[in-house]
Design a protein around this ligand. Structure first.
Ligand SMILES: [Zn+2]
Length: 94
């Protein structure tokens, strides 16, 4: 028998490709459309270390730094949040 070469779907996203979320309003929960992301806490310069989260089999995760509960909402887009306004875009050029 011949081993079939398996080519798993490798995610080769660079650090900057992860969508980042913030919680400037101190919300208890934020709905998001992705299961892996980075949380920065609040907008710079008061942001906490930008840490990567992956919900895995769960549909939510708590950020240990800012205690925000991120909940996976499959109907949301990659850059959508519920409520709106919690996406952090660090390539802003103003
Ligand atoms: Zn956080």
């Amino acid at each position: 028998m011949q081993d079939r070469e398996v080519s798993p779907t490798v995610q080769t996203m660079s650090d900057d490709d992860y969508v980042k979320f913030k919680n400037d309003l101190g919300l208890a929960e934020i709905g998001i459309g992705v299961k892996d992301f980075k949380c920065i806490g609040v907008s710079p310069p008061d942001d906490h270390p930008h840490i990567y989260h992956n919900m895995g089999d769960q549909d939510f995760i708590h950020c240990l730094y800012c205690n925000t509960k991120y909940i996976f909402r499959p109907y949301l887009g990659r850059s959508d949040t519920e409520p709106l306004g919690n996406l952090f875009e660090d390539n802003a050029t103003d």
